[in-house]
Ligand binder design. Structure first.
Ligand code: FAD
Length: 406
């Protein structure tokens, strides 16, 4: 494992820092990325355009599509450094990290010419319309139907938890086109304009205060056959490309960390002195320290693979399982430690600008998004440890005959 930057990587990091110093303010407080809302959108778009002009947006994308044609390790270095600066929320992650790469893989040249560069420059936002009320972990169980009508398809159904749909210009949508085949073999993917007649977006209000994701209803929404990504009934293959790109997303951590709870425990006084002196707390602290070091080393392993031009393996799932739970545990402990003041959720009055209160509200979602703890543990069990696969009762059953629990 490599613990240090290579000379080239160190030079790139220095160049990135110089650019960031000239274009953004250094972050003074604990990293907390606000959820995007319409008020921050202009600032987000301006920051993305600035990065694109300087060659720091989608660093691995080829020059032909407006990227600088850099390496994955350069992208990771930029993400790490950018996390140290105050920058606007990033509503482009899903589009640039997942949707547009799928378009780049499966669309015709004219479609790519139309969409890739505007997305890179932050001019257009994309969302990922996969999850449904009856299919989140089991994405292949999608029930939203598309029926062919001449040169068009007519879509009816509902998606849910669609991040950023209310700000999005376009989306990629996974729909069922065949119920006679097993679930994975009757799906098709399309791109669509989110302003199409019949698309209704309803924001979901979250306990974190924001409305990051939405319900999206489709009523007789018409898309052209030329908007299809991949072959008819072969949408699972397309969805896998999107989901693989999701797994490859590596970056700096958000939210209150081990160092923050240590700082808090030095300051908060209990009956017997600072909380840091409490034996029970120190035991938990030791466990979080070990986890934090483990996460750091696992990230080094991912970085080493990227630096050597390899693709990181499913072990990156370990990082999310541990980090999301640790975020929730630290927040629970910190809010308890603050006692009656813990319920005060005010960036002006709560310790560390309410970083732990924000984490407390955000962490449960993090344990679900992009694969729940249980699903990621299944991946680790099957693909890392080589344990027997999960039971799949509907594997060879036509979708229309699959048990639904109703
Ligand atoms: C913040 C956030 C943003 C999101 N953004 C998007 C988005 O932009 N686009 C999109 O399409 N979706 C999005 N999602 C949805 C997300 O992908 C799903 O919530 C997630 O995949 C889980 O699906 P579900 O909610 O239907 O839960 P379910 O799949 O119904 O799971 C319910 C429970 O059962 C467990 N479970 C399910 N299957 C198994 C199994 N085989 N073995 C063991 N346990 C199992 C789960 O772990 C969970 O505890 C987002 C979710 C969140 C929280």
């Amino acid at each position: 494992m490599d613990f240090n930057d290579s000379p080239d990587e160190a030079a790139y990091r220095a160049e990135v820092r110089t650019w960031l110093d000239a274009n953004a303010a250094r972050r003074k407080d604990t990293a907390w990325t606000d959820e995007e809302d319409s008020s921050s959108m202009a600032a987000s778009k301006a920051w993305q355009a600035k990065k694109a002009a300087a060659g720091y947006a989608q660093i691995t994308w080829p020059k032909a599509w407006g990227g600088p044609g850099g390496t994955p390790i350069q992208q990771v270095i930029f993400n790490q450094e950018e996390a140290n600066y105050d920058t606007p929320p990033n509503p482009f992650q899903i589009g640039l990290g997942m949707c547009v790469p799928t378009v780049m893989t499966f669309a015709d040249d004219a479609t790519k010419q139309r969409f890739v560069t505007p997305a890179l420059k932050g001019e257009e936002i994309w969302c990922q319309l996969f999850s449904e009320p009856a299919g989140g972990s089991d994405v292949a169980a999608a029930r939203t139907r598309a029926v062919k009508d001449g040169d068009e398809w007519v879509i009816n159904g509902q998606k849910v938890w669609t991040t950023g749909a209310q700000f999005s210009d376009f989306g990629i949508v996974l729909v069922r086109t065949n119920v006679e085949t097993p679930k994975h073999k009757g799906l098709t993917m399309f791109w669509l304009d989110m302003k199409s007649p019949g698309v209704e977006v309803k924001p979901i209000h979250q306990m974190s205060g924001g409305s990051g994701f939405n319900e999206v209803y489709f009523t007789d929404v018409r898309v052209k056959d030329s908007q299809r990504l991949g072959a008819v009934d072969d949408g699972w293959k397309v969805a896998l490309v999107t989901l693989m790109n999701e797994r490859l997303a590596v970056g700096g951590s958000t939210g209150a960390q081990y160092g923050d709870i240590l700082k808090l425990a030095r300051e908060v006084m209990g009956a017997a002195g600072p909380a840091l002196k409490d034996d029970g707390f120190r035991e938990k602290l030791a466990e979080w320290f070990v986890q934090t070091e483990g996460l750091k080393l696992t990230r080094f392993r991912t970085m080493t693979a990227l630096s050597r031009g390899q693709t990181p393996g499913p072990e990156s799932s370990i990082g999310k399982v541990i980090a999301a739970k640790q975020m929730q545990d630290l927040a629970n402990e910190a809010v308890e430690m603050e006692d009656q003041y813990g319920i005060l959720w005010d960036e002006g009055a709560s310790p560390l600008k309410a970083a732990f209160q924000n984490s407390l509200m955000f962490a449960p979602g993090l344990r679900i998004a992009g694969g729940t703890d249980e699903i990621l543990k299944n991946i680790i069990a099957e693909r890392v440890l080589g344990l027997p696969g999960d039971i799949r009762v509907d594997k060879d059953v036509a979708f229309k005959d699959a048990p639904t629990g109703r």
